[in-house]
Design a binder for this molecule. Structure first.
Ligand SMILES: Nc1ncnc2c1ncn2[C@@H]1O[C@H](COP(=O)(O)OP(=O)(O)OP(=O)(O)O)[C@@H](O)[C@H]1O
Ligand SMILES: [Mg+2]
Length: 500
């Protein structure tokens, strides 16, 4: 019944105690959710299960036998797979090769590309992912959602007995989430033991049979899903009640800070859009609707082919993101690892990156100034790090996202563009981030954000644009917005090409 048991797991990183005597049981034919705030130790626990990290103390057993893995290849051979929070995709090979990387050598002497693609096509179809991904696509061309699917496929084609997912849906849209849930339920019905890390409460209640909560590296408790509720789980995770997620405050809107008129890029067309000073504008739509591409075009990271972009009333043509930073635009991209953070540098370096030109007016910036700035945001956003000098690559996923935000908050932009601002962020920090966005709007900053979480769009935005098929298919005020109204628009197929 118990397929995997971990008992008394301890792990330290220098002064940080990531795990302190944690127990976990994953049962065959059940989904066990693992929850906890950013930095609670969830990913570390999964890395220990698969043998990527070695525990300082504790014991693992798999199928009733004590095991210890010094490398993920050993846990794989023993029938355990962990799907990582940040997928590692080989950029220059196909989806098919990415799925079977590591297994290829077993195929024989020669490398049978067509055979591999055929096998990938069959496996993708078997799990229902053939609709959203092709075996021939090259790694670097994959969207974040597709990368996640490749990562999942890699794990399940081996037919393991125990499968752990580390925030698998944070880069998926509703469509792909539905596919994934069907898959997980299928795996559960086949008797697999499943561990599932997520910050999304609704997913936990849809999927999980049991819930295990960690806080500050310690086990808080385990519950049957039927015996607990939202409020109890939040209390277990954050150690206090969280009365409200959104802090609406009235904010006055002023003159337009961003105007797009008939803008075309390679991926989107005919975009008319406006953000006023002090206005929070949300963009909803399904994955692939062109939302991230539009954000990148606005900040000069993708070329604008036609149309006019105005910032503070002046027409602009950004050749690179540096131009948009100079014009007062801050951007927190969707793929923080690749695009936003310098992983090998410290929290301090990453926080002050965008402000340097400004605070360097007096010729040099003292380390003390940098540190105090970084410290302010560590406190405000509750970034869990031992100090300002910690390397960003050693922070948990959600805390990395907070560092990206800290940088732009420190920058004090006129327009802040946020692509999935709370992806992978825990409930407590979400509420902090919403509060900060509201504060910035109150101070007159224009905010443009993309989110795949409809409650977030509805809770935060003053006005909402809905995108589908590379176009804006509708817009609405918060008074007229609802999940149904947004979804109805988002799922519109843009049937007729431009009639002009
Ligand atoms: N390689 C490392 N070196 C130093 N500290 C680390 C390392 N890996 C993790 N940590 C620290 O261990 C703690 C637990 O991190 P972990 O990644 O397990 O959190 P998490 O629960 O997965 O959080 P999130 O929800 O943000 O993904 C954090 O304080 C993190 O900074
Ligand atoms: Mg994690």
């Amino acid at each position: 019944m118990v397929a995997l048991r971990a008992s008394g797991i301890g792990k330290r990183f220098g002064a940080v105690i990531a795990l302190d005597g944690v127990d976990l049981e994953l049962r065959a034919g059940e989904v066990t959710a693992i929850m906890g705030e950013n930095g609670a130790g969830k990913s570390t626990l999964l890395k220990i299960l698969e043998g990527d990290y070695q525990p300082d103390s504790g014991q693992l057993s798999l199928g009733g036998r004590d095991v210890s893995f010094t490398d993920p290849s050993q846990s794989r051979a023993a029938g355990l797979r962990v799907i990582a929070q940040e997928p590692e995709i080989v950029p220059y090979v196909t989806v098919a090769e990415n799925i079977y990387v590591g297994g290829i050598s077993k195929q024989g002497f020669f490398f049978d590309q067509r055979g591999l693609e055929k096998r990938a096509a069959e496996d993708l179809a078997r799990f229902g992912f053939d609709r959203v991904i092709s075996p021939k696509t090259i790694g670097r061309e994959l969207s974040p959602a597709q990368r996640q699917i490749v990562e999942i496929m890699r794990a399940i084609v081996d037919d393991p007995d125990v499968i752990c997912f580390d925030e698998p849906t944070s880069s998926l849209g509703d469509d792909e989430v539905a596919l994934l849930f069907t898959l997980i339920r299928q795996l559960r019905a086949e008797g697999k033991a499943i561990g599932y890390v997520s910050h999304r409460m609704n997913e936990i209640f849809q999927l999980a049979d049991r819930i295990t909560v960690l806080r500050d590296g310690k086990l808080v408790g385990s519950k049957l899903t039927t015996e607990t509720d939202n409020n109890e789980l939040v209390r277990m995770m954050v150690g206090r009640d969280l009365s409200q997620l959104y802090h609406r405050q009235p904010h006055e809107t002023g003159a337009p800070v961003l105007e797009l008129s008939k803008v075309d890029t390679d991926d989107v067309s005919g975009i008319d859009l406006m953000v006023r000073a002090g206005e929070i504008v949300g963009i909803a739509g399904l994955v692939g609707a062109g939302r991230s591409e539009l954000m990148k075009a606005i900040v000069g990271d993708l070329p604008v082919r036609r149309g006019i972009v105005r910032v503070n009333g002046r027409e602009v043509k950004f050749a690179s993101p540096a131009d948009s930073v100079a014009a007062g635009i801050g951007f927190a991209p969707e793929e923080r690892k690749a695009e936003a953070l310098v992983m090998q540098r410290t929290v301090r370096d990453n926080t002050v990156l965008a402000v340097l030109p400004r605070i360097a007016k007096a010729f040099f910036v003292s380390t003390a100034t940098e540190k105090s700035l970084a410290r302010r945001y560590i406190e405000q956003l509750r970034i869990r790090t031992p100090s300002t000098e910690q390397l960003v690559k050693n922070l948990s996923g959600g805390n990395q996202q907070k560092v990206v935000l800290a940088r732009w908050l420190a920058h004090g932009p006129t327009l802040l563009v946020l692509d999935e601002p709370t992806r992978g962020v825990d409930v407590g920090a979400k509420s902090e981030i919403y509060g900060i966005v509201e504060d910035l709007a109150k101070q007159g900053v224009g905010i443009l954000f993309v989110s795949s979480e409809l409650p977030e769009v509805l809770g935060l935005a003053d006005r909402i644009y809905v995108m589908a098929g590379g176009r804006i298919v509708g817009d609405m005020d918060r008074e007229h917005a609802s999940e149904e109204a947004i979804l109805a628009l988002a799922m519109l197929e843009v049937a007729a090409p431009d009639a002009a």
